[in-house]
Design a protein around this ligand. Structure first.
Ligand code: GLN
Length: 453
């Protein structure tokens, strides 16, 4: 049914870069056979899934939506893909994104933008717009995203789906094409918090192949989502972030939708207080130094020698010329902008002033969270300041695009978990409410998010 739906609507939405109908059907049939034979199966066995095309899949093209990797077929699976396969979930295919996950609209995909199923003239968010649009349009019941600065949550908010960024280190990064290694976190995209929780428990857990993976059992998010669904939040204390409540720079409709969410949470028994996080306003500038710095280092591997695109290799040009020609042709403009920004921020003489300073700000933001969580169980805010915008509206000025991440970035910098839940419409377009919880307390975010559904 999902493959039929993809065949019927993806021509318009363009959520997928690759569809593996045969592979998905083979897994589904094998699960059917095992079910008929009475073999024990996990809760998501046979439930199809779409995977963001920055996560490597053995034998299946993985492009990161870049010309640099246009014809690359990985020889191995990411750990989370190994876990998805062990859970017997048919993989429908790979979803579109902004090139190397840098962007908030999928307009920076080298293979054409994804359209928002709510309005095809509008963006589906980014970078994981393909995963969110696939779930929103009924082409997949579940999908994988990766969240470095908001790329699971912001697409969730603007497509009316649920997105969860787990605690950094709770889910393995092994086999994620690296963007910003101290921030990248894979997580679930779904229609409901319970669905997201079921997927979270499939992919989470310690992985010795990832040096930043936390050697600890994943938080019990499925039980927490079920508890949330009882609709009782009495005894739960939620903090409205003062700096984000004013909605400066946010669309009034988004703030209004968010307010209805806050009122709903109060009706369910939550105690709502205001909490000041004075350094959150510096999160965006700190992120746009840290993420490009790490990206400039990570993307150095695309050197035209080891794998990926190679341009001008006719035997008459120098190695340096081949590398330069390849990187010129292989990377899009946003990726180049980040590599230049990051190289500058890390260069000798500037590293303390830019990268070092941003790392200090990161510590202050983490301390804001710690102080807040002495007072409350979780923090809430809108997920993103605006609903889905029209194509081209924010590409001329990069800063306008970066603003999409205003509310999502603090949790990336601290490493704590955060989820986005649909919270009604603004002018007919979905808006999201974000729940941010303490590090390793993903269950708290899932409980509050599920209560709101
Ligand atoms: N929009 C942010 C950026 O462009 C976030 C990206 C992400 O989370 N992968 O960097």
């Amino acid at each position: 049914a999902f493959l039929d739906r993809i065949a019927a609507v993806d021509e318009k939405v363009h959520a997928f870069l690759h569809v593996d109908a045969e592979g998905a059907l083979a897994t589904a049939r094998a699960v059917d056979a095992d079910r008929a034979a009475g073999k024990p199966l996990g809760p998501l066995a046979g439930v199809p899934i779409a995977v963001k095309d920055i996560v490597v899949t053995k034998g299946m093209p993985t492009t990161a939506a870049s010309k640099m990797l246009e014809n690359w077929i990985p020889p191995y699976d990411a750990t989370i893909v190994t876990r998805i396969k062990a859970a017997r979930m048919p993989i429908l295919g790979k979803t579109n994104l902004d090139e190397f996950a840098m962007g908030s609209s999928t307009e920076y995909s080298a293979f054409g933008a994804t359209r928002n199923p709510w309005d095809l003239k509008r963006i589906p968010g980014g970078s994981g717009g393909g995963s969110a649009a696939a779930v929103a349009a009924g082409m997949a019941p579940l999908a994988i995203g990766t969240d470095t600065g908001g790329s699971i949550r912001q697409p969730g908010a603007v497509t009316g789906t649920v997105g969860g960024k787990p605690t950094y280190g709770a889910n393995s990064r092994y086999g994620l094409i690296a963007f910003s290694s101290s921030l990248d976190t894979p997580g679930p995209v779904a229609r409901t918090m319970l669905d997201a929780a079921l997927l979270h428990e499939v992919i989470a857990g310690h992985d010795p192949l990832d040096s930043t993976s936390i050697p600890q059992d994943p938080a019990p998010v499925v039980a927490a989502a079920r508890e949330g669904l009882t609709g009782d939040l009495s005894g739960v204390k939620l903090g409205v972030v003062t700096q984000f409540a004013a909605g400066e720079g946010a669309e009034p409709g988004v703030i209004a939708a968010y307010q209805t969410g806050v009122e709903a949470l109060a009706k369910l028994g939550a105690d709502i207080v205001e909490v000041s996080c004075p350094h959150f306003e510096y999160a965006l500038p700190a992120y746009y130094l840290i993420a490009p710095s790490e990206c400039s280092s990570n993307l150095a591997r695309f050197d035209s020698v080891r794998y990926g695109l190679r341009v001008g290799d006719d035997g008459v040009r120098s190695l340096e010329e081949v590398m330069a020609a390849t990187r010129e042709a292989g990377f899009g403009q946003e990726v180049k902008r980040r590599i230049m920004l990051g190289t500058y921020a890390l260069s000798s003489g500037y590293v303390d002033e830019f990268y070092g300073q941003a790392q200090k700000v990161r510590t202050l933001i983490t301390r804001d969270f710690e102080a807040a969580f002495n007072e409350v169980d979780a923090l809430i805010s809108p997920t993103t300041p605006f609903t889905a915008f029209e194509f081209g509206a924010r590409t001329a000025d990069p800063y306008q695009m970066y603003l999409a991440d205003l509310y999502t970035i603090p949790s990336n910098l601290s490493g704590g978990p955060a989820v986005s839940v649909p919270v009604g419409l603004s002018d007919g377009l979905p808006a999201g409410l974000q729940v941010m919880a303490p590090t390793l307390r993903d269950d708290v975010a899932y409980r509050v998010g599920a209560a709101l559904e």
